[in-house]
Structures are given as structure tokens and as C-alpha cells.
Design a protein. Structure first.
Length: 282
């Protein structure tokens, strides 16, 4: 087995161009699959490439490097719109997992229960993809194409996640329901971001994960909340009950059936919206 650990991004692209190797950063997903066994075949470790790490503000918004860990995200000083992402960062496994696991790894693993996806969806995040051929960008909702499937082509790797300035408005919140409080894969999770002016909702973004093969935004529900009073949760609940069952197609799996997820999603969205409203008003 050849273990490649380049320090320059172009070298990593060169290695991928020759052979589409598994990419390892935190390794928290790769090693879980290979429990008790050695890694099979060659591996590309990208953790020594400094340009792939860190969070920075750009002219267009914010950039989160591919190898940025969940601990990095949780501890960063960020606008209130990122609160949901920081709350999700503290729900990714144990402290040890948060110290090692990376944001790009969470996306590339493409699990329906990936904690990082709903908060990034409400931030209108896009994925920066690099290769020897150049760089391209995809909206996150186009990047994850199914369970354990992404839009990455051979020779490509995720280099960063971008959040546009327009989406860094208001406050956000994240809630997750599982069979226990810690170290749990979610039954349902919700991220919400609200912008409020003079007590009225001017912008709403809602995303639900673990209830469908790919986490999804809820545009019809978002539209229904616009113009509503930020303290009128009774009106929110009416809109929720009318639209959640139409917008979601919950999955059945070992953790819960579709009917339970459908019922839980309404309550979890309602509570997350209340949390987000509180963050937007502070």
C-alpha cells in the first residue's frame, strides 16, 4: 500500500489524476468502515496541505477550507447566521471525532444523517471542487446526489465550502433528535435561519435532514413564513402542518419509520424556528 501525504495542492491533484485514490483527512468515516482492518490499497492524505484548512472572510462571503475540523468551526468567531452550523459541529460524534473530522469529509460521505448538511443548506453554501483541469463550483444541493453519492468526477476533490454574503443574514439554529442525547445518528434534524426586521420575518431558510435520502430545503414553507410576525408561532404551526407532509418524503430505516419522522419533523421545525427567531432578535 502506498501512503501519499503531499504538502502542496497541485501535487494532490497530480496524484488523483493518475489514480482516483480514496482521500483521507480526519479519517473518521474511512476507519469506521474498515473497523479492525488495515486500509486496503493506496491512500491520499490531504491533511498536510495548509491551504485546505481554516475559515476566512472573502469579498463575496465566507470560505471554509475542506480540512477545517468541526472543533475549528465550533470555536470560530462567526456571525449569528452560522450558529446552526456551530451547534451541529458540537453534535458530530464525540470530542475526539470533532477534533479530527472535517467539514468536507462530512459532505463527501453523503450520509442522509450528515449533521453538517442542513446548516450549510440554509446558508446557501456551494462546494468548491478542484482538479488538474481547474476549479468548479456547485450548489450544495446539487453536490450530494443520493445516499453515499456525490457529483465528484474522477480526479476531483473538494477544496472548500463557500457561503455567500447574502445568506449571512439574521440568526440560525439547529436541532437534532436521536435515540439518546450523545453519540447518536439522528432520526430527524432541522436547521433554520431567519432574518427579522421590525418584528416581521423578511427572510427564511429551513432544511431537514435524516428524513429523506438527501437533506432538503423547504421553499414553500419558507415562502409561507415571509411577512409573518416573528412572535406568532401559532401561525407558523398552521403553515407547518399544512406543508410538511407535502414537502417531505420520510424514509423508513432501523432508527424510525416514515410516519414517526413525519410527525416529529413538524415539532422539530417549530422548535428550531423559535430558536432561530431568538438568535435573529439578539
Amino acid at each position: 500500500m502506498a501512503y501519499h501525504r503531499p504538502t502542496v495542492l497541485d501535487d494532490a491533484f497530480g496524484i488523483l489524476a493518475k489514480s482516483n485514490l480514496p482521500i483521507v483527512a480526519g479519517g473518521t468515516d474511512v476507519f469506521a468502515v474498515e473497523t479492525g482492518r488495515e486500509l486496503r490499497g493506496d491512500v491520499l492524505d490531504i491533511t498536510a496541505i495548509e491551504t485546505l484548512g481554516g475559515i476566512s472572510q472573502t469579498d463575496d462571503g465566507w470560505r471554509i477550507g475542506a480540512t477545517t475540523t468541526w472543533t475549528d468551526i465550533a470555536k470560530a468567531t462567526l456571525p449569528p447566521a452560522f450558529i446552526a452550523l456551530q451547534q451541529a459541529a458540537l453534535e458530530v460524534g464525540s470530542f475526539q471525532i470533532q477534533n479530527s473530522g472535517t467539514v468536507a469529509g462530512n459532505l463527501c460521505n453523503a450520509s442522509p444523517a450528515a449533521d453538517g448538511v442542513p446548516p450549510l443548506l440554509v446558508l446557501d453554501a456551494s462546494v468548491e471542487i478542484g482538479s488538474q483541469s481547474g476549479t468548479r463550483h456547485l450548489p450544495l444541493f446539487d453536490f450530494i446526489t443520493g445516499v453515499r453519492r456525490t457529483a465528484l468526477e474522477p480526479g476531483e476533490m473538494v477544496t472548500a465550502i463557500h457561503v455567500p454574503s447574502a445568506a449571512v443574514q439574521g440568526g440560525s439554529a439547529f436541532r437534532k433528535l436521536g435515540a439518546r442525547k450523545y453519540l447518536v445518528i439522528s432520526i430527524c434534524m432541522v436547521a433554520a435561519r431567519l432574518a427579522i426586521k421590525d418584528g416581521v420575518i423578511t427572510e427564511a431558510a429551513i432544511s431537514v435532514g435524516s428524513c429523506s435520502p438527501v437533506a432538503c430545503r423547504m421553499p414553500a414553507l419558507e415562502h409561507a413564513l415571509l411577512g409573518q410576525s416573528s412572535d406568532n408561532s401559532a401561525a407558523w404551526l398552521v403553515a407547518l402542518k399544512q406543508q410538511v407532509s407535502e414537502l417531505l418524503t420520510p424514509i423508513d430505516d432501523i432508527r424510525a419509520d416514515a410516519g414517526y419522522r413525519d410527525a416529529v419533523a413538524v415539532e422539530l421545525i417549530n422548535r428550531t424556528l423559535l430558536d432561530a427567531a431568538g438568535k435573529a432578535c439578539t
